[in-house]
Design a protein. Sequence first.
Length: 151
Amino acid sequence: MSVERTLIIVKPDGVQRGLVSEILGRFERRGLKLAALKFMQIDRELAEHHYAVHVGKFFYDELVSYITSGPVVVAVLEGPKVIEIVRSMIGKTRPNEAVGGTIRGDFAVEGLRNLIHASDAPETASEEIALYFRDGEVVTYSRAIDFWVTG
């Protein structure tokens, strides 16, 4: 079975509200594996690079200001179909549209303060992982539970 990687960012509201362990724990309990983890402050240059696809959109400046407003937790998750699984677990972008049982449906309240970012495709994941982690910082290892999760 093919294993993918994806990047997630627990945004400043998730860190400030003390939801980091709850969010990461949901992914681990699902059977996804942490391959990298970093607590950091994103500077404006990195934020502008990360969100370059949104330049010119009405929400771009607010998005960059928000993601740089406080510390974040950046992680690489690994597992079969991890991008699809993570995207379904986090819920719709707008918290009012996210269903209960998803991270945003259970905890997010409004707009850009939607707790978490997750890569949307394998190419995007590779690019985003490279923005936040240098060679050697993403670790490959086996856990005892991997046999039970992936057979």
